[in-house]
Design a protein around this ligand. Structure first.
Ligand code: AMP
Length: 273
């Protein structure tokens, strides 16, 4: 595995890479969720590139940029073990410049749900993904459904900017008890970890109701609210796959989303139905 730090070095190397390139952008502190993306990239490409970059522009003032878990040594070892070919780990100063051009997220769908509670978050996400796609020039880039709105907006940006990369949607990987894996789960105390389970529990409940024939989003949201009472819910929402709010479940075209705070940790989870 080759570790590359500078964008210009990667771009030089990229010119010499032959075959299909699969790319998994991450912020590191790698867990099984990341590894499932890497595994899929390994299966579908000749060359696999992983980036680790804790992107400052997607954190709002007062968020956890400083304390976000950084485990570069362990991540490097994991990437080596799972057959990554290139690990791209740039510094902030080599990715961002003074008075530079930035991407702005769509005015509507970039500023609802996650974007409502974290205004500007998706401007930062899309800016860094745009930079990374231009540096790595992958044939396919892999994103997790865990960050459903991010995935939607990345796909939208790729279309809007005519970028020549296919975006693949990867399933959410969960702990055996249902908690969606996240680098932020390390913030949870034992007590909070139990409460965090309510997110996946509420989604499971909604899923069961749908299986039993329930279609009305109001009813599903109420049932979820009940389960989520012990924690501070930010939103429960049901949207179509292109993030339009819906009143009734549309099979194969709906996403049930939840965001909540457990202690000081903000968690998100969702269910694609
Ligand atoms: P992050 O390092 O949190 O920015 O995540 C990097 C990529 O991994 C994103 O595309 C995430 O959606 C994806 N990811 C994070 N957690 C999971 C998970 N539990 N299951 C599947 N993909 C995930």
């Amino acid at each position: 595995m080759k570790i590359i730090k500078y964008p210009t070095d990667f771009m030089k190397t990229r010119k010499e890479i032959k075959g299909k390139v699969g790319f998994v952008p991450t912020m590191g502190a790698l867990h099984q969720g990341h590894l499932s993306l890497i595994k899929q990239a390994r299966e579908e490409n000749d060359v696999v590139v992983v980036s680790i970059f804790v992107n400052p522009t997607q954190f709002l003032p007062g968020e956890d940029f400083e304390k976000y878990p950084r485990k570069y040594e362990a991540d490097r070892a994991v990437c080596e073990r799972v057959g990554v070919d290139y690990l791209f780990m740039p510094d902030v100063k080599d990715i961002y410049f003074d008075d530079e051009a930035r991407v702005t997220a769509p005015k509507i769908k970039g500023y609802i749900l996650e974007g409502l509670n974290r205004p500007g978050h998706f401007d930062g996400v899309l800016t860094v993904v745009n930079k990374l796609l231009n540096i790595v020039k992958p044939d396919i880039a892999y994103f997790g459904k865990k960050d459903a709105q991010q995935l939607y907006l990345v796909k939208k940006m790729v279309r809007d900017f005519f970028l020549d990369t296919e975006i693949k949607e990867c399933d959410i990987v969960r702990e055996p008890d249902g908690l969606a894996m996240s680098s932020r789960n390390v913030y949870l105390s034992e007590e909070e970890r139990k409460k965090a389970l309510l997110l996946s529990k509420s989604l499971k409940r909604a899923g069961k109701l749908i299986m039993a024939g329930e279609k009305k989003c109001d009813v599903l949201k109420k049932a979820m609210e009940e389960i989520l009472k012990p924690i501070e819910v930010e939103y429960i929402e049901i949207v179509s796959r292109d993030f339009e709010k819906i009143d009734e479940i549309q099979k194969e075209n709906s996403i049930i989303l939840v965001a909540a705070k457990v202690g000081n940790t903000r968690l998100i989870d969702n269910l694609w139905v």
